[in-house]
Write a protein that binds this ligand. Structure first.
Ligand code: ATP
Ligand code: MG
Length: 226
């Protein structure tokens, strides 16, 4: 049985924060592959700052190509319209064919917004979720907030802590009768963000050691983020 991780993001550009978090989750959950899925038009972001999908896709490929267990999918970029994760998970399940376990990976900064996503109840009920920590965000303190918000709007969603750690011995939440869990995974926590990288490029500061050399070279070659 193949165990897949799915890491969505704008990847504008991809950096070591994304890569390190994905690799730690891959290790902790014994995933065979983590699929990076660059978003076409993220519904939650300032569109003016987001460069063309083909550039973000290419940088994501450059950054992941040397990792034997990382893969990239263009499903969101190739799909017309806005990128909704609930559709992406359904599409990837069809593409990669059951039986398998699928883990959707996202940072706590993204997870706190999840109640405003499209069909969050369907999303959380269609695969496992792994929420990773991020510098500046208290993972264990913040994670219950979006879940409480969801329970308020979806009365059938009553989240309870995973009892006894579950089969993977992890902290997290579950809904009784639902076979998927929401796991909380602390990671090394590299204090790197794409917005900071874009700002650095714009103001002529160094971005070395924040992202792979190949991605830095690509940004220079196409004069991105100027
Ligand atoms: P931006 O600053 O433009 O918002 P970002 O660095 O937050 O970019 P995104 O593409 O928005 O990157 O993030 C994609 C996913 O990766 C999100 O789930 C986010 O929480 C997670 N992530 C981003 N940076 C880190 C990091 N340094 N450590 C752990 N997770 C991260
Ligand atoms: Mg972000």
């Amino acid at each position: 049985m193949v165990r897949l991780g799915v890491m969505g993001g704008t990847f504008n550009p991809i950096h070591y924060g994304h890569l390190a978090a994905a690799d730690e989750v891959r290790d902790a959950f014994a995933l065979d592959t983590v699929i990076f899925v660059p978003a076409a038009l993220p519904p939650h972001k300032d569109l003016a700052e987001i460069i063309e999908p083909r550039h973000r896709l290419m940088m994501t490929i450059l950054a992941t190509v040397s990792h034997p267990d990382f893969d990239v999918s263009a499903v969101e970029i190739e799909r017309p319209g806005a990128s909704y994760t609930v559709e992406t998970i359904a599409q990837l399940k069809r593409l990669y064919q059951e039986p398998k376990a699928m883990y959707f990976i996202l940072g706590i900064d993204a997870f706190i917004e999840i109640a405003s996503w499209r069909q969050p109840d369907v999303l959380l009920g269609s695969c496992h979720t792994v929420v990773t920590g991020r510098p500046g965000y208290d993972l264990y303190e913040l994670a219950p907030y979006p879940l409480r918000e969801l329970s308020a709007t979806h009365p059938r969603l009553n989240f309870e802590p995973i009892v006894g750690g579950g089969p993977l011995d992890k902290r997290g939440f579950q809904v009784r009768g639902v076979p998927y869990q929401i796991f909380l995974q602390a990671v090394s926590g590299l204090d790197i963000s794409s917005s900071d990288i874009r700002q650095r490029v714009k103001t002529g500061r160094s971005i070395r050691y924040l992202l792979p050399d190949s991605v830095e070279a690509y940004i220079r070659k196409y004069q991105l983020y100027r």
